[in-house]
Design a protein. Sequence first.
Length: 238
Amino acid sequence: MSSSSPSLVHTALKASGAFLFTLLSGSILGIVASVGVAWWYWGHISIGGGPALAHVGGGGLGGILALAVLLAQPALLIALLLWLFILVYPALSFFYGWRRALQKVVEAHSLPLAERLSFLVVERLASLPASQDRIGLLRKQLSEDAVSGTLASALGDSSWARRAARFAARRLPWADLLADWEAQTAASGEADVPALAPALSARIAKKLNEIAAPSSVPLIVVATAHAALLGLGIWLAG
């Protein structure tokens, strides 16, 4: 590992801090927002099924009657669904916390990881016989176990290091990373395997940082669904 890279212990502490901060702050904000929306909806929308639900007994028949009341009162069903977002936002915060922590590990160690992986590719290529399908054979050999093993040797045995290794092994698009080199080889008619390492290392480092960045799509989907459900409830109860 490069001497300029931060220590793995320091990186693990930063990753754990990012995970806990994102999980706690996201969960608190999400719960406050979901409780506020559900409480406002429950207090300001006229729902006629509440008293009926309060007198429904237990058992199978009671469950059937409660379901019938909910289906007969869509506004009441939406009110209950709005309360479920109290669970959705913490789950979303857990996802973002995990990705933010993983991003910290990748940002700190993407260069040494990329170097290890590029040399792994070069070694596997050099061991394969020259053929038109050598790149195809190489892709089959770049299994998750082989790649994660190489990354684990570079990062050590911490929990965040193992997570980063598994993530990179699953998500790195080897077909795309090797496509340019494969095209150049076909055009020149020469397979300069050692020359692949520096170019591939730079591409792997860039791709690692790209795929480790948390996507905003899950948050947008949940927030849109939350707003749409609230709007539907207001429209039905109006």
